[in-house]
Design a protein around this ligand. Structure first.
Ligand SMILES: *[C@@H]1O[C@H](CO)[C@@H](O)[C@H](O)[C@H]1NC(C)=O
Ligand SMILES: *[C@@H]1O[C@H](CO)[C@@H](O)[C@H](O)[C@H]1NC(C)=O
Ligand SMILES: *[C@@H]1O[C@H](CO)[C@@H](O)[C@H](O)[C@H]1NC(C)=O
Length: 420
């Protein structure tokens, strides 16, 4: 065999093995399979395989070892944010109310009119990622809508459990509502936005500020992308159907992240994840008979999502009383669980983005239904994509199409609401 042939064979084998590692089996109805595979390949290289490698070398299981391995990818305070090299916007680091942020301003703003404001909270389960991971995403939205954007690096659990992250994002938002003019922001046109755990923080912030009778201007809008909005049950149809659909977020992960955010610690995440995922973190009476039960009633979901497609694993009715007593008041605290708030009527116009193949789909849909019933203008984008597919990891032509569509809709919503 010639050297060339041997080389070709070895090369083909390497490619095949790589493809095997990077391939993710996809649900049938997914709209953009290519985008999903590319996204998951990025995800596996940047996040999943480094985790597995650590586990292999005996550094503990991923969820059990969060204290030791804060996943602050790309976080480099001395480095310029990547998007500052793109040139379209003046992107700088700053600190607002003691919290690190990235600010996206427009070049022509010397004596231009004030612009709408957009305060963004990144995803990452309250325990991971950073403003820098979402740099490109926020830059993109600011470019397309003309807002001045503030991308917030709030504190993370387990080092800083609830309500540290919440306190940070509220402080930054209040500062912008009071002093936005310093950044060229019209304080009467400020909105909050976020995805996943950041969507939770955005919803909690909007709710908190809507209840304050202060001299601060009201928020103009909120945008919630695949938000986590409650922790009372982890067995809604979306949790069950998408429990292990995409490695980016398994149902057990979000259950574990919630336990860590609520202060159960960065160790034993696997154990707590299972307890929460099996709904053994609260008593069955509390979950099904308290006044909160109606907020997670599956009857409030759109018909097509009301019954799980997969057979759910059977669980028993026991619960861990120690854990329940520790988290009982937190689990229904609207600062953690906006869906558990009794009054949503004062909230600003809202956009909720959900994707069919996401474990958090039903959280968003239940909230949207309640918002509409409360008379709040609510736009829902219900796509056939996956969790955080709007996150821009690559140029447009390989950015997931379902994510790109969602971002387009979000920009349309922001432009319409802030026009005035
Ligand atoms: C960019 O923004 C920073 C911080 O707001 C400001 O100090 C700087 O003058 C701006 N640069 C230009 C060229 O406008
Ligand atoms: C209920 O299930 C949990 C875990 O799934 C198990 O640890 C526990 O022993 C079970 N309790 C009863 C009463 O069967
Ligand atoms: C309940 O959870 C705690 C940890 O928070 C654990 O120490 C305890 O063993 C659990 N109890 C049962 C019965 O599993």
């Amino acid at each position: 065999m010639s050297k060339l042939k041997l080389f070709a064979i070895i090369w083909a084998m390497v490619v095949a093995i790589m493809a095997g590692f990077l391939y993710t089996p996809l649900p049938e109805g997914i709209e953009d399979p290519f985008g999903a595979i590319v996204f998951m390949a990025f995800w596996k290289i940047l996040v999943r395989y480094p985790q597995l490698t650590r586990e292999f070398f005996g550094q503990g299981r991923y969820l059990d070892n969060l204290e030791a391995m804060q996943i602050h990818i790309f976080q480099e305070d001395e480095m310029r944010p990547i998007s500052s090299w793109f040139g379209g916007l003046n992107v700088t680091r700053s600190t607002i109310a003691g919290v690190p942020v990235i600010v996206y301003k427009h070049w022509d703003d010397e004596d231009a009119d004030l612009r709408p404001g957009f305060v963004y909270f990144h995803g990452g389960g309250w325990i991971a990622a950073s403003a820098d991971v979402y740099d490109w995403t926020v830059y993109d939205i600011a470019m397309r809508t003309g807002v001045v954007a503030i991308n917030v690096d709030y504190r993370l659990a387990p080092q800083h459990p609830f309500p540290a992250g919440f306190d940070d994002v509220v402080s930054v938002t209040r500062y912008i509502l009071r002093h936005g003019k310093k950044f060229g922001i019209d304080v009467s046109r400020v909105g909050v936005a976020g995805d996943s755990a950041g969507g939770n923080l955005a919803a909690a912030t909007a709710l908190h500020l809507s209840k304050m009778s202060s001299d601060l201007p009201q928020l103009k809008y909120q945008v919630l992308l695949h938000p986590v909005l409650q922790g009372l049950t982890f067995r809604l149809p979306a949790h069950l159907d998408n429990a292990e659909t995409f490695p980016i977020l398994y149902a057990k992960h979000i259950a574990a992240f919630a336990s860590i955010y609520l202060g159960l610690g960065g160790r034993n995440g696997e154990f707590h994840g299972t307890i929460f995922f099996e709904n053994h973190h609260v008593s069955p009476e509390f979950r099904t008979k308290s006044k909160y039960a109606k907020y997670v009633d599956e009857k409030n979901l759109p018909e097509k999502y009301r019954t799980p497609k997969k057979t759910a694993p059977i669980i028993n009715d026991s619960h861990n009383e120690t854990i329940f007593q520790r988290i009982k008041s937190l689990i229904v605290d609207p600062r953690f669980s906006p869906l558990m708030a009794d009054d949503l009527t004062k909230l600003p116009p809202t956009m909720v983005v959900v994707q069919k193949y996401d474990v958090l789909r039903d959280d968003g849909l239940l909230y949207a239904k309640r918002l509409r019933d409360s008379g709040v203008e609510t736009v829902v984008h219900d796509g056939k994509g996956f969790h955080i597919d709007h996150l821009k990891l690559a140029p447009e032509f390989i950015h997931s199409k379902t994510g790109a569509k969602a971002v387009k809709d979000v920009c349309k919503f922001i432009s319409r609401i802030t026009r005035s």
